[in-house]
Design a protein around this ligand. Structure first.
Ligand SMILES: Cc1cc2nc3c(=O)[nH]c(=O)nc-3n(C[C@H](O)[C@H](O)[C@H](O)COP(=O)(O)O)c2cc1C
Length: 398
C-alpha cells in the first residue's frame, strides 16, 4: 500500500529527532520515495546527511537555498507528495502550523501541501498537556490534520507521562491508514465511548466493571481509518489511542456524561460502547458510612443515563448507537432499549457466550434497528466494528 508513494517527512527540533532516521529508513524499505525537510533547530539534534544518505534526496532545510535545481521546491514537493508526516512535531511547529505561520521551509511546505497531513507531537508531558498546545492541536484537527497521539512512558527529561514519540510501526500505520481505499466516513464526526467507569467509594475502593474498552477502541480505529474525525471518551484501560483519534480520558460516569454532553451537539454519530458502572455511592465514604460490627453499608444511587440523555437531545440527522449486554432475552431487551432511549441502532452482545463480550478480542453482536435485525457471526472486534459502521453509514444515506 505504501509502495511507490511519495512521502515527505518533516523533522523538528525535539529530542526524538534521532528516531526520524529509523522512520525514514523503514519507509524507504517499504518502497516509498521519501523526502525530508528539517527545521533549523532540528539541525542541532541530527545531521541532514543521515537523511540524504537514507533517501538519496537532498534534505531541505532552507527556504532560500539557491544551490539546487530551479523550481519553487516548497511548492513543487508539497504538491507532489502523497502524504506529509511531521515526526517529531515540536510544540513550536504545532503552534506555527495551527496559526498559518510559514517562516521556515517546513512550515511553508505544510501550508503549500495538498495531501493528507499527519502530525506526531513529541514533547515533555507538561508541554503536551498545556491547554495552549491542546487548543492548537484541536485547531489542526478541525483543519483536517491527523494527529497521532504521543505514547506514555519515560521521557528524555526523566519525567514519566504522555509525550513520547510513538513507536515507528505506529507512525507507519498512520501513513498506511490514509491510503486505505475506503474513506467513506471522511468529514463525519464520530463520538465514541469506551471502557469502564469508576465510582469511588472512598480513597481506596471503587465500583467498576470488567470492560476492557476493546470494542470501543476497535470502533474508533476502524472509523478513523475510514476517514472519520473521531473523539474517543475513554475510561481507564490498558490500550493505546488508535492513530488519528482524539482521546479524552475520564474516570467516573459523571466525567463521561460531561465529556459526551459537551461534544454531542457537534457529533454526526454517537456510539456508546462504554460500560458505565450503573451505580455510584450516595455519599463518599470519607464523609459518612455506616460501619457496624466491621461491616460497611453503602447506599447507592443510579448514575446518569448518558444514552437516554443523548436520545432526548438528538439533533436532526444524528445517529445514536447504544450497546447492550444481556444475560437473557437479548433481542427483546435490546429492542426495548432502542425505543426507550430513542436510539437508531443497538449493538447487542450476550454476556454468556464464549468469545464474546468483555476482555476478548472477538465478539458476536446482533445489530438491532427499528426495521431490521442482523446477527453477525463470531469475528474480531475490528471486523465487527467495520460492519457496525457500514450499517450506520447506510442509515445516514437514507
Ligand atoms: C535538548 C532539547 C530538547 C528539546 N526537546 C523538545 C521536544 O521534545 N519537544 C518540543 O516540543 N520541544 C523541544 N525542545 C524545544 C525546541 O527545540 C524549541 O521549542 C525550538 O524552538 C523548536 O524549533 P522548531 O519547531 O523550529 O524545530 C527541546 C530543546 C532542547 C534544547
Amino acid at each position: 500500500m505504501l509502495k511507490e508513494k511519495t512521502i515527505v517527512v518533516g523533522v523538528t527540533g525535539g529530542i526524538a529527532a534521532y528516531k526520524s532516521a529509523q522512520l525514514v529508513s523503514d519507509l524507504v524499505k517499504e518502497g516509498c520515495d521519501v523526502h525530508t525537510v528539517m527545521t533549523r533547530n532540528a539541525l542541532n539534534f541530527i545531521n541532514p546527511i543521515t537523511f540524504e544518505t537514507l533517501t538519496g534526496h537532498k534534505c531541505l532545510t532552507d527556504t532560500f537555498d539557491r544551490n539546487f535545481q530551479f523550481n519553487v521546491e516548497h511548492v513543487a514537493l508539497s504538491q507532489r507528495a502523497d502524504a506529509f508526516l511531521v515526526a517529531p512535531a515540536t510544540a513550536d511547529l504545532i503552534g506555527k502550523a495551527s496559526n498559518g505561520i510559514a517562516d521556515d521551509m517546513l512550515s511553508t511546505m505544510l501550508l503549500a501541501a495538498n495531501c493528507p497531513l499527519i502530525i506526531a507531537p513529541a514533547m515533555n508531558t507538561y508541554m503536551y498537556e498545556n491547554s495552549i498546545v491542546q487548543e492548537n492541536l484541536q485547531k489542526l484537527r478541525r483543519h483536517g490534520f491527523i494527529i497521532v497521539e504521543p505514547a506514555v512512558g519515560r521521557l528524555a527529561c526523566k519525567d514519566v507521562g504522555k509525550g513520547k514519540l510513538p513507536d515507528i510501526p505506529v507512525l507507519i500505520e498512520s501513513l498506511r491508514a490514509v491510503f486505505e481505499e475506503k474513506q467513506d466516513l471522511s468529514g463525519i464526526r464520530l463520538l465514541v465511548s469506551a471502557g469502564p467507569t469508576i465510582e469511588a467509594i472512598d480513597p481506596v475502593r471503587y465500583i467498576t466493571n470488567h470492560s476492557s474498552g476493546k470494542m470501543g477502541y476497535a470502533i474508533a480505529e476502524a472509523a478513523a481509518k475510514r476517514g472519520a474525525e473521531v473523539c474517543l471518551v475513554s475510561g481507564q484501560v490498558a490500550l493505546d489511542a488508535p492513530c488519528g483519534v482524539e482521546r479524552i480520558s475520564i474516570r467516573s460516569a459523571e466525567d463521561m456524561f460531561n465529556a459526551i454532553s459537551e461534544r454531542l451537539p457537534d457529533a454526526d454519530i454517537l456510539i456508546m460502547a462504554a460500560a458505565v458502572a450503573d451505580y455510584t455511592p450516595v455519599v463518599y465514604a470519607d464523609q459518612k458510612i455506616k460501619k457496624k460490627d466491621g461491616e460497611m453499608t453503602i447506599e447507592l444511587k443510579r448514575t446518569k443515563d448518558i444514552l437516554k440523555y443523548a436520545g432526548e437531545n438528538k439533533k436532526e440527522g444524528q445517529i445514536i448507537c447504544g450497546f447492550s449486554m444481556e444475560t437473557e432475552n437479548l433481542i427483546e431487551n435490546s429492542r426495548k432499549k432502542l425505543l426507550s432511549k430513542n436510539c437508531d441502532i443497538i449493538a447487542a452482545n450476550s454476556i454468556s457466550e464464549s468469545g464474546a463480550g468483555f476482555k476478548t478480542d472477538t465478539n458476536r453482536i446482533t445489530l438491532i434497528s427499528k426495521d431490521r435485525i442482523r446477527e453477525l457471526s463470531l469475528m474480531s472486534k475490528l471486523e465487527a466494528a467495520d460492519i457496525l459502521l457500514d450499517e450506520i453509514a447506510s442509515m445516514r444515506k437514507k
